[in-house]
Ligand binder design. Structure first.
Ligand SMILES: [Zn+2]
Length: 330
C-alpha cells in the first residue's frame, strides 16, 4: 500500500492494484483531491476483478463514483482506461487525453484499418508473420476492428496539446512508450503524473506505432529524448502507471537512459555476426521470450533496428518481402 500524499490543500490517494499480493508489478491510478474537485488520473483495466478492487478502494478512501468530477488519461492503453465507461455510465463527466489519443480512444474505423495494414506489412518485413503469436495478434486487431462500437470511450474526449494548462496542471508530451503519452505536471508541488513514460525499475517498452500518415514513428529516439526532457524538470514525486511511485527522479532517469543503451548494445552485438532476417535477429537476442512476449520483443527489435538505421549504424536491405539486417560497415 502506498501512503496518501498530502501537500497544502492537495491530496493524492493512490489506487494500486496488484494481480496477486506478492506481484512486483501493479496497475496504478490516482485520485487527486483539492478544494474544488476530485480528479481521477488514469482508470485501470476493465477486468471484473479490477472493477471490484476499484469500488472497494474508492470506498476505503471514503469516496464513491459519483464524487469523481473529471478523468485525465495519460495515454490510450487499456490498462489505463478500464473504468472510464463504467464511470461515465454513472455520471457524465469530462474526460481529457492527448489530442493524439483521440483516434485511438474512439477506435476510429480508419485508424484501426490503418493499424492492421501497418502491422501486417511490418511483421512480414521482419519475417515473423508466420509465428503463432503474430497470427493471434492480427486476429485480435481484426476483432477489435469488428467490435469497435463497444470498445470505444462513450463520450467526446477533450483533447490536450503540448503546453496546455488544465487547472494547476501543465501538459507535456512525452512520446516513446506510445505516441499519445502525456504527463501532468503541477509546478507548485513538483508532482508529475507520468503514466507509462518512466518506471522506478526497468524501462517502459517503446511500443511500435505510426503517425497520421501511417509511417513508422521513431519510438526509441522519442523515448530517449523524452528522458532527456524529463531531466530538465524539477520533480519531488513521480506517480507512475506501474510499479511504485518514486522521489529519486534524477537517478531513475539516468538509469533508464543506461538501460536503453544496454538494449541497443545487445542488438548491435548480434548484428555484428552477419546479415540476418528480423526473425533470426529476434531469436538470437531474445530466445524463447520472442514467442512469450511477442509484441514487446518485436517492438524492441523493430524500434532499435529503426533507431540504428537512423544513426547509420544498421543497414536494412528491403529488396525482398522479408528484409535483411546487418551492421553498417564503417
Ligand atoms: Zn501503456
Amino acid at each position: 500500500m502506498e501512503p496518501i500524499i498530502n501537500t497544502g490543500n492537495k491530496k493524492v490517494y493512490p489506487m494500486i492494484y496488484k494481480p496477486s499480493p506478492n506481484s512486483p508489478d501493479s496497475i496504478n491510478c490516482f485520485l487527486l483531491e483539492d478544494a474544488y474537485s476530485l480528479t481521477l488520473i488514469d482508470a485501470g483495466i476493465g477486468h471484473p476483478h479490477y472493477k471490484q478492487f476499484f469500488k472497494e478502494q474508492l470506498a476505503a478512501y471514503g469516496f464513491q463514483i459519483n464524487d469523481i468530477s473529471q478523468i485525465l488519461l495519460t495515454h490510450h492503453h487499456n490498462d489505463h482506461t478500464g473504468m472510464v465507461n463504467d464511470i461515465l455510465a454513472c455520471k457524465n463527466i469530462p474526460v481529457y487525453a492527448s489530442d493524439k489519443a483521440v483516434p485511438r480512444l474512439s477506435f476510429e474505423k480508419d485508424f484501426l484499418y490503418q493499424k492492421i495494414a501497418f502491422f501486417e506489412h511490418l511483421y512480414t518485413a521482419y519475417g515473423v508473420r508466420h509465428m503463432e503469436a503474430a497470427v493471434k495478434r492480427m486476429a485480435k486487431l481484426q476483432s477489435t476492428y469488428e467490435q469497435y462500437e463497444h470498445l470505444k470511450i462513450q463520450t467526446i474526449i477533450q483533447p490536450l496539446t503540448q503546453d496546455s494548462i488544465l487547472g494547476d496542471f501543465h501538459i507535456h508530451y512525452f512520446p516513446g512508450h506510445s505516441p499519445d503519452s502525456i504527463a501532468f505536471y503541477d509546478k507548485a508541488t513538483k508532482w508529475l503524473f507520468a503514466g507509462d513514460i518512466i518506471f522506478s525499475q526497468g524501462i517502459p517498452n517503446a511500443l511500435v506505432d505510426f503517425d497520421e500518415q501511417g509511417a513508422m514513428l521513431p519510438t526509441v529516439q522519442q523515448q530517449q529524448s523524452s528522458f532527456h526532457t524529463l531531466q530538465s524538470f524539477e520533480l519531488s514525486h513521480v506517480f507512475a502507471g506501474h510499479q511504485p511511485s518514486f522521489t529519486n527522479a534524477k537517478e531513475v532517469i539516468e538509469q533508464s537512459l543506461r538501460r536503453m543503451e544496454l538494449k541497443w548494445q545487445r542488438i548491435e552485438q548480434v548484428l555484428q555476426q552477419g546479415m540476418q532476417t528480423g526473425y533470426q535477429l529476434a531469436q538470437a537476442v531474445y530466445g524463447a521470450k520472442l514467442e512469450q512476449a511477442f509484441i514487446f520483443v518485436m517492438s524492441d527489435i523493430i524500434g532499435y533496428t529503426h533507431y540504428g538505421e537512423m544513426q547509420n549504424k544498421v543497414s536494412i536491405n528491403k529488396e525482398n518481402e522479408a528484409w535483411l539486417f546487418s551492421e553498417r560497415e564503417r
